[in-house]
Design a protein around this ligand. Sequence first.
Ligand SMILES: C[S@@+](CC[C@H](N)C(=O)[O-])C[C@H]1O[C@@H](n2cnc3c(N)ncnc32)[C@H](O)[C@@H]1O
Length: 293
Amino acid sequence: MKSFAPCKKNSPLELLRQAVRRLREKKISEPQAEAEFLLAEVLKVPRHAWHLNPQKTLTRNQAKLFYRLTGLRRRRIPLGHLTRRAYFMGLELEATPDTFLPRPETEELVSLALKLPQNRAGTLSLDIKILDLGTGSGCIAVALAKFLPRACVDAIDTSPPALAVAKRNGLRHAVSDRIRFFPDGLATQDLTARFDLIVTNPPYLSAADLQEAEPEVLRDPRLALYGGKTGTEVFEGWMDRYALTLKRGGWWLTEMGAFQGPKIRRIFQKHGFQNICIQKDLSGFNRFTYGRY
Ligand SMILES: C[S@@+](CC[C@H](N)C(=O)[O-])C[C@H]1O[C@@H](n2cnc3c(N)ncnc32)[C@H](O)[C@@H]1O
């Protein structure tokens, strides 16, 4: 790797230009935005704040750190892993290599979830019980608890380090009194007809998908990615185990792979769901399925 070479008094503009060029060389898709995030990280300021004082130079250590972080990004380590932060539904969350980095599609999933209870009873201030399966960083659980101030959420994940991060995110956003975290599933015999809403973003890549995944994706924990041979097996297992925990009239909403719609619909049908609907994400891919129990 080339070593750090300071440039024109380490001015932010100059260093930024250099970083954008280095990221572009490695075909990083949004080099300008990513370089700005990294610069802000080094300066410990909001993303565009350095614009306010572009003459202020970086110290040698800051410039070196910026160069090093850009180098790591060139090696396709995701930005969220470098900053240990993710933004989800306007909330800043801790993210570590132990957690799946929240994706924009999952923000759409949460927006859909917020509309479903509304369909049921016409208000968002409902006293509802929600289950978030495979909570990862806790992004879904925390966002739902934040936006539904009377809701209670149970969140499950088999990964203890991910669960530790999720708990800290609950604390950070002052919703941990309404979220219970479980490492190993719930005793379903005690939970028949408990939840009004189940929201899931399961691991849904197949073995073949994993082979073709971008290097950044493969930095997420394998447990968070691999959904079984065809990609839907983990989801199917969740349905087998947790469908009975929904109240009659409750909703299950899931994210899925773009080509999994027909299979996911059949799984919903097998468990007696009605009003099954498949929805596209903003990129135009079939991405979400929901149904009423
Ligand atoms: C795709 S990630 C979703 C994380 C988070 N909900 C999000 O949307 O960003 C799937 C999560 O499911 C968890 N997981 C995988 N298999 C599981 C299982 N059998 N039971 C519970 N959680 C599981 C993984 O550890 C991972 O955190």
